[in-house]
Structures are given as C-alpha cells and as structure tokens.
Ligand binder design. Sequence first.
Ligand SMILES: Nc1ncnc2c1ncn2[C@@H]1O[C@H](COP(=O)(O)OP(=O)(O)O)[C@@H](O)[C@H]1O
Ligand SMILES: [Mg+2]
Length: 302
Amino acid sequence: MEKKSPLKIENLVKKYGAFTAVDSVSFEMKPGEIFGLLGPNGAGKTSIISCIVTLQEQTSGRIEVFGHDCQKETKLAKAAIGFVPQELINHGYFSVEEILHFHSGYYGRSNNTERIHYLLDKLALFEHKDKKVKALSGGMKRRLLIAKALVHEPELLLLDEPTAGVDIELRTSLWDFVEELRKDGLSILLTTHYLEEAEELCDRVGILQRGQLKKIGPTAELIKELTQREIMIKVSRELESIQHAHLIEQEGQHLKFRVPSDKGVGDLINDLGLDLNLVMDLSIKEGSLEDAFLSILGGDVQ
Ligand SMILES: Nc1ncnc2c1ncn2[C@@H]1O[C@H](COP(=O)(O)OP(=O)(O)O)[C@@H](O)[C@H]1O
Ligand SMILES: [Mg+2]
C-alpha cells in the first residue's frame, strides 16, 4: 500500500476579519521529505502552520495529516504532529527535564526518560536539564521547544523559523539533527529566513507571497528554472568589442556573460570562436535559491 501523505492541504483560506492572510493554498508533502515553506514576513507561513495545528481556525479548505482531517479528527492528526512554534513561550518555574516529562505525560507516555535523555543529549541540553526554563538563553529555549515537539515520536515535524535567534554554530548542529530525523523517517515542514540553509536542506520548497503559493517544486529544479549562471572569463589580451546575446560586461581583459543555467562553458567559448590559449582565468557563479526567490518576489522582500 502506498504511504499516506504526511500533509495534504487543499484550497486553504485563512482570514483575519476582512483580511485574507492565506489565499487558497494547496500542496501535498511526500513521506520522508524536508519541505521548506518560504516567503517574506507576513506572507502567511505561520498562519498556515497555525491552521494545521488548529491554533487558528481555518476559514475554508481542508487539511489532512496522514489522512486525518485536522478539523474532524483533531486528536489523531495532532498525535502525529510535533510542532515548534515561532514564538518562544515561557514555562518559567519548571526545569527543562520537568517540562519534557509533563509534556510526555500529556501524550500518555509517562515513563519516557530514555527518550527524553536522548533528546536532551541531541539538542545539547543535557547539562542544562535541571535549570529552570526562565534561566535559559533564547537559543536554549528554542532547543527545548524542539525537544518538546519530539517527545511523543511524531511522524510529521513542523518547524516555524526554528533557527531564529540561535547562533551560527548551534544552527549548523540543529540542521544536522534535522537531517538525522529525516533519515529516521520523519517528514519535516519548515519555514526559515535563511535561504542558503533552505537550499542545502530542503528537498522541495514552496514560495509564498501575500498568502498565495507562487511556486512549488524540487529545490534544485526551481533554481535551474528561475535563475541564470554568470560566466566570467579573463583573457590574456584586450579583445575587440564582442557581440554576443549573453554578454553583460566587457572591460579590458574581463568578459562577463549571463547564460541560461543549462548552458555550458564550452558551448559559450565555441559561440565566441575564442582561442582557448587566450583564456587565462574562468569562473562560474551558479544561481542560488535566493536568486530564484527574488525572481519570483521582485522587490517584495523584507
Ligand atoms: N492573529 C492575527 N490577527 C490579525 N492578523 C494577523 C494575525 N496573525 C497574522 N496576521 C496577519 O496575517 C499576515 C500573515 O502573517 P503570518 O502568517 O504571521 O506571516 P509569516 O509567518 O509568513 O510572517 C500578516 O499580514 C499578519 O499581520
Ligand atoms: Mg511567521
């Protein structure tokens, strides 16, 4: 039997009063993938996640988690979800480990020490396990939220800006951990502002703008489709002025071209009829997810 989709969203609309924050969004996740929901501030990412976990009531549309309707079978859907909210919440007076035990008990797992210690270790929190939450730094609180989301061994993990306020070293180890979770079979939906990280981590991405899903696809394919590569050539002597459709700059011995992402360097040199002996230096800059993002959003980026 084919595995059920971890998350299927059909024509989701979320309005706050007269304002439409999510405008008929549809997409489906594949089992075991890391899916990145990207978009500028206010695009509607958190609103979508809030509807999935029923923190916000959807205005219309349908959301299913492993085939369970989030509105009609909320308990079953929620049991499969681990959710890390964008906003840090404070459980001031309890210790890190206590919080995790409470949360585990809430899911009907009262003897879960092994799992809790495993997560504390993975998230570099073990040495802080007896600290009160109010004494933790922002980065530690974020990691505690991630541990909390994972105590009941969910199959779908929702991470809303998980690395906001986490320093760069921890960010890297956090993403390593996310990769590891995926290898264990977890499906992961994340939002992030760090497009470089999304490019490295996400199998597929969806780009949201003002509540609408503008583009969705495998990360590498989107980049290929939406960006161009720049080829810089340094020649050993100044050439006469070159005429070529992709030439964007010719200055002294330096030539710069912007070509479609599937055009090869050899092909370009052939086009130019350039003697290879004249080529002193050559460099290529591939398009990035950020370039793809900008090409879709134009100036509308915050
Ligand atoms: N509780 C709310 N009440 C009214 N408007 C909201 C509420 N939550 C979000 N919005 C608005 O909805 C839009 C989308 O917000 P949000 O989903 O938080 O976007 P993102 O997470 O992509 O930054 C924004 O314009 C925001 O101001
Ligand atoms: Mg948000």
